[in-house]
Design a protein around this ligand. Structure first.
Ligand code: TTP
Ligand code: MG
Length: 358
């Protein structure tokens, strides 16, 4: 079987780099992007700010204590989305087999690629160059025959670098890395590992598999495969949807804002459940109405920050009703949805919950 060529690409300090690019005062300075007002948390910090111990998810007040002279900036989601689109366009100019892993991060299968370039390392270098030229941002790349190694490699070589790991050296590359580098191992599993004196990835290979299974259950197999550098997962290339919505054709036509609100209440609840499930936040709220004569309209409102909050979505949807004929015209269908989707909480807890074993 042909050996696969998988590249994992991830922009360095994404939000902070965009701010440094757009504001010359911020260059080479500690820049912290996050909720500046209220109980905000750090979305990301420039590498200069990371030297002060600042990291994503940290409460803003702590970041300010650690680096009082840092530059603290509110996120500009529209800019990040635009930059992300440019970067993804570059990715797609090399291959269509892409798994989006976030705004600034993706896996590319370049085993067969649109430019017929034989070396995945060359492709990664070309992409890094294209991204820098078109967006002014640096992006790091891990190159190997599977997602696991490429992801760990790009993380290892960051910032502004690339690292190629050949299959025969994968196990040695992983051997001395902390177990926490394995995707899915978070603080809880890490402490469990420490209890059993498993600290480095190669420690998984030193323990009898049956014993590992009693400690970690079905995860034992996954940890051992990881330690051997084995990952047979295909890229999941389903396109990320551009909108989330839910609508209902009503059993009987309704008239009046109050009846519409009752239905929107249920619909918003369902919508929020879907958003939470996929860890998606929407910045634009839409309401769709089909009147009794089948005439269909959509109303939308864009918020300052993306949300998956029920109250915000429901209230916005209700206020949009005031711009329609719903008070006087019978309605046969109602829908509510969000567009302009984001994968993270702008001003909340760290949103990128590691997906255990994807
Ligand atoms: P990451 O790729 O995890 O982080 P990063 O690009 O800032 O830094 P690096 O890749 O060099 O380690 O996340 C990409 C962006 O997503 C990040 O710039 C801000 C946003 N984000 C949040 O809003 N909250 C978070 O908790 C995390 C981890 C990221
Ligand atoms: Mg990044």
């Amino acid at each position: 079987m042909r050996v696969k060529k998988i590249i994992h690409l991830d922009i360095d300090a994404f939000f902070a780099s965009v701010e440094q690019r757009d504001n010359p005062h911020f260059r080479n300075k500690p820049v912290i992007v996050g909720g500046v007002r209220g109980r905000g948390v750090v979305s990301t910090a420039s590498y200069e700010a990371r030297n002060f111990g600042i990291h994503s998810g940290m409460p803003m007040y702590r970041a300010k204590k650690l680096c009082p002279r840092g530059y603290f900036v509110e996120p500009n989601f529209d800019k990040y989305q635009q930059t992300s689109n440019t970067v993804y366009d570059i990715f797609y100019s090399y291959t269509d087999t892409i798994e989006a892993a976030g705004l600034d991060e993706a896996y590319l299968d370049v085993t067969v690629n649109k430019k017929g370039i034989p070396s995945a390392t060359w492709i990664a270098q070309d992409i890094r160059y294209d991204v820098y030229k078109q967006t002014g941002l640096t992006i790091s790349a891990g190159i190997s025959n599977n997602k696991l190694i490429s992801k760990i490699a790009s993380d290892f070589c960051k910032p502004n670098n690339f690292l190629t790991i050949l299959p025969e050296t994968a196990q040695a590359f992983l051997a001395d890395l902390p177990v926490r580098k394995i995707p899915g191992i978070g603080p809880v599993t890490e402490s469990a590992c420490f209890r059993y004196n498993i600290r480095k990835i190669s420690d998984f290979l030193k323990i009898d598999f049956d014993i590992l299974s009693t400690w970690f259950g079905t995860s034992a197999e996954y940890f051992v495969a990881c330690a051997q550098g084995i990952d047979t997962r295909e890229l999941s290339t389903e396109n990320v949807p551009k909108s989330y919505s839910i609508e209902d054709t009503l059993p009987d036509d309704i008239v009046g804002i109050e009846s519409a609100k009752e239905i929107l209440f249920d619909l918003s609840n369902h919508l929020v459940a879907k958003l939470r499930l996929d860890n998606i936040f929407g910045k634009t709220i839409t309401v769709k109405i089909k009147y009794h004569d089948f005439q269909s309209i959509t109303r939308r409102m864009t918020l300052d920050t993306p949300t998956q909050d029920f109250q915000i979505i429901f209230d916005t949807a209700c206020s949009l009703l005031n711009t329609t004929e719903i008070a006087t015209t019978p309605v046969r269908l109602l829908g509510v949805g969000v567009t302009q989707l984001f994968f993270y909480a702008p001003d909340d807890l760290p949103p990128f919950q590691p997906k255990l074993f994807d």
